[in-house]
Structure formats: C-alpha cells, structure tokens
Design a protein around this ligand. Structure first.
Ligand SMILES: Nc1ncnc2c1ncn2[C@@H]1O[C@H](COP(=O)(O)OP(=O)(O)OP(=O)(O)O)[C@@H](O)[C@H]1O
Ligand SMILES: [Mg+2]
Length: 240
C-alpha cells in the first residue's frame, strides 16, 4: 500500500468546551494508480483528513504510513522534505500568483527557471492542454484553466500522491468535469486523493468513501471496497 491511515482520530481543542472530533477512528488506504474520493458535508473533517495523511498535522491518535514509513516517527524536517519530494497539493482556490505568467506559476513548484525547468513545465502544460496559455496571467484565464495551471504546479515535481481539497468547488460543471478528467488521467503516474462534497465529480473514482461526523459512513455500493476494511465499515455503520 502506498499510503495508509489507521485509526486516525483528530480532536481540536481537546479538553476544552469546544472540543471537536474532526476524525474518529478513520481507516483509509491509497494504492498506486488509484484515485480515491472522500465525500462529506462541510465540517465533516475532509480537510483535516488530508492534513493528517500528508503529515501537515499530527493526528490525536492513529498512524499514517507512507511507503512503509511511519510519519510520526519522522522529525518535522524529514516530514517537510517528504512532502516536498513526494506530495502535491491542489486546493479549492488555485493560489496562483497574479502578476506572474502561467508558466512562471508552474515553475514555482520546482523553484527552477533554467531552460531545462522551463522545458519540463511546458511539456507538462502541453499534456494538460495548457501550453497555449503559458504566457498569459491568471486573471486572463478561465476558472478551469487556472485550476489546471495549479494542477501543473502540483505535478511539476513528479509527486507520487496528489492531495486535492475540493479542487472543483469554485468551478462550473463543465470546468469541474475538465479538471476531474485531468486528475483521472494522471493517476497512471500519480495517485490521487480527492475530497469534495460534490458526488458528481467522483463518477470515475476507484473508490468513494462517504464521511459524516468525523466517521466513515459508507462507500458507494457499486464501487469496490478497496480503501476500507469491511469490519470497520460494519462497525461504524452499525454505530450510526
Ligand atoms: N484549527 C482548528 N481548530 C478547531 N477546530 C477546527 C480546526 N480546524 C477544523 N476544525 C473543526 O473540525 C471540524 C472538521 O473541519 P474540516 O475543516 O476538516 O472539515 P471539512 O470537511 O474540510 O469542511 P469544509 O467542507 O467546510 O471545508 C469542523 O467542525 C471544524 O470546525
Ligand atoms: Mg475543507
């Protein structure tokens, strides 16, 4: 397994009046060549799950194992290095820099403006159908184009995993489908974990996990249950 979270629990403001369980005993696994979707309403802990799995936040309980390495056993510096080398992130807002061209925005991902770096970025943009806008600025692009530039920036480092936090939330349906098509295509090389509250974008995911109240509720029945042990599924379904 490429990335595995076991018994993940995330409590914010523990011991205080506002104590919040963002994750309760969540098990999830992502394999190579997979795109997994995690569904849930606002506040159900989707972002928290991505932060914990990518080592940005430490879970209150549970373990995250990436390529056999326990993230908790690593130092903060080692975790940061791992993230930089192996992980890419896409957010709801694209966070592109408005005064820089699309190409330069992609190059931010490798901090390398050499001819070789530029060639690599242009090849990648070509693959994503974005080469023709390489010298335009973000405000001159459509929402879907901007998000595809953000995907190129996340991919330029050849990550093994892309974490996407509601990557289509600010897009119309057509642009959302376009962005999802790109994510589906890249899973041949880069595994993808997408969290969203929009089921319609996960039609082609290998597995979809539904979340509620920090717990895993159920998978879509027609999808193979690859990400979650059946026992856990029954246990959490029974407790609801
Ligand atoms: N830093 C924090 N401190 C305290 N509580 C937090 C913090 N971050 C998140 N929470 C709480 O944890 C719960 C899960 O939040 P999270 O952001 O993971 O949900 P989400 O599913 O990503 O929501 P959305 O769809 O709105 O982005 C929420 O109840 C939220 O208020
Ligand atoms: Mg969120």
């Amino acid at each position: 397994m490429l990335l595995e979270g076991k018994g993940l629990t995330m409590v914010y403001d523990r011991g205080k009046e506002l104590e919040t369980y963002a994750l309760r005993d969540v098990n999830i696994a992502l394999d190579i060549n997979q795109m997994i979707g995690v569904m849930g309403p606002s506040g159900s802990g989707k972002s928290s799950l991505l932060y914990v799995l990518s080592g940005l936040k430490k879970p209150t309980a549970g373990t995250v194992v990436y390529k056999g390495m326990d993230l908790d056993a690593m130092s903060a510096v080692e975790r940061a290095r791992l993230r930089k080398k192996e992980f890419g992130f896409i957010f709801q807002r694209h966070f592109l820099i408005d005064y820089m061209t699309a190409l330069d925005n992609v190059l931010v991902g490798i901090n390398d403006a050499s001819a070789a770096g530029k060639n690599k970025a242009l090849l990648l943009m070509d693959r994503l159908g974005m080469k023709h806008v390489a010298y335009k600025k973000p405000f001159q692009l459509s929402g879907g184009q901007r998000q595809r530039i953000a995907i190129a920036r996340a991919l330029i480092n050849d990550p093994a995993v892309i974490f996407a936090d509601e990557p289509t939330a600010s897009l119309d349906h057509a642009n959302a489908q376009e962005v999802m098509a790109v994510l589906e295509e890249i899973k041949a090389k880069t595994s993808v974990l997408v969290v969203t509250h929009d089921a319609s974008i996960l039609k082609n995911a290998d597995s979809v996990i539904e979340r509620w109240d920090g717990r895993i509720k159920a998978e879509q029945p027609e999808k193979p249950v690859v990400a979650l042990s059946k026992e856990r599924h029954r246990a959490s379904a029974g407790s609801e």
